[in-house]
Design a protein around this ligand. Structure first.
Ligand code: C2E
Ligand code: MG
Ligand code: MG
Ligand code: MG
Length: 284
């Protein structure tokens, strides 16, 4: 009896595993199809100066318009894309599309905004990646100073010497760097000092519960003063309420991004926002 049960369990287990593997293969094939079938698009979310209310940048956020399942968020496919390496061609598409869109806005006479692009570890570690970024900039005609690349702490900490070398190459090209989701990783303060970055992005998980949560308030204020002391700019992500804005302003935060000002928008809607009379937007 026990033996039988054991055997059945084993059978269920392997079937489940086979199903999982099968599902993964299907998803992988779908991702490949998405690249080939141009099912990806970018949304853009404004980054705003907290004092002047001026929009100075747009973060490009990837979306997948699946033919049957509708719009899919990056959280639901980026992990698999990273695991399979498909993030490299996908990220490459994002970089090119973001630079092209930014250049088109500049040429249309809109404010000279920066475009900010998320970079995955797999992509960043590609051989000669900085040279590749330079080639994309040349191809799209966007000046390097209008591109900011968002790296995470964990991406950098996986291989600090390697990351530092690539970061310096990117800086030499004239591209700007930011650390995304700051506070969730474990970069040591002494390492942070050596990173050639311009901006820290305070992770949304800390911003979410200010001003109510005492700990998150302390962490947020500490990140802001750390940035100030290191001569970095600092932006808070996921800002949704007036009370958060007040706390951040009072703590000396330079910039905000979040639903309080605007959700991520389709490019046409972002452009309409930039054209709104009275909107403060003049880029860098
Ligand atoms: P992230 O780079 O930290 O982007 C910010 C995320 O917070 C976005 O989610 C944005 O829509 C969301 N957000 C912005 N303001 C608010 C707010 O006020 N409240 C709340 N609740 N959420 C807000 P999204 O677009 O789903 O992207 C999730 C993550 O996926 C990104 O986090 C980034 O890590 C990754 N990602 C997005 N696009 C790309 C890409 O092109 N390449 C790579 N490698 N990763 C990407
Ligand atoms: Mg980001
Ligand atoms: Mg973030
Ligand atoms: Mg929290």
């Amino acid at each position: 009896r026990a033996k039988e049960l054991g055997r059945n369990n084993l059978q269920v287990f392997t079937e489940e595993m086979a199903d999982k593997a099968h599902e993964k293969l299907l998803k992988q094939a779908e991702l490949r199809q998405a690249i080939a079938g141009q099912e990806f698009l970018l949304h853009f979310q404004p980054q705003v100066n907290i004092e002047s209310g001026r929009v100075f940048a747009a973060e490009a956020l990837l979306r997948w318009r699946h033919p049957e399942r509708g719009m899919i968020s990056p959280g639901d496919f980026i992990p698999l894309a990273e695991e399979t390496g498909l993030i490299v061609p996908i990220g490459d598409w994002v970089l090119r599309a973001a630079c092209r869109q930014c250049k088109a806005w500049h040429e249309a006479g809109l404010p000279l905004l920066i475009v900010s692009v998320n970079v995955s570890a797999r992509q960043f570690r590609e051989r000669n990646w900085a040279a590749h970024v330079a080639a994309v900039l040349a191809e799209t005609g966007l000046e390097p100073r209008f591109l900011e690349l968002e790296l995470t702490e964990s991406l950098i900490m996986q291989d600090v010497p390697g990351a530092l070398a690539t970061m310096h190459e990117l800086k030499a090209i004239g591209v700007h760097l930011a650390i995304d989701d700051f506070g969730t990783g474990y970069s040591s303060l002494s390492a942070l000092k050596r990173f050639p970055v311009r901006r820290l992005k305070i992770d949304r998980s800390f911003v979410e519960d200010i001003p109510g949560d005492v700990d998150d308030r302390a962490i947020t204020a500490a990140i802001i003063s750390l940035a100030q002391n290191l001569g970095l700019r600092v932006i808070a992500e996921g800002v949704e309420t007036q009370a958060q804005v007040e706390f951040l302003r009072h703590s000396g935060c330079d910039e905000i991004q979040g639903y309080f000002f605007s959700r991520p928008l389709a490019s046409a809607d972002f452009e309409a926002l930039l054209r709104q009379p009275g909107l403060n937007a003049d880029g860098i």
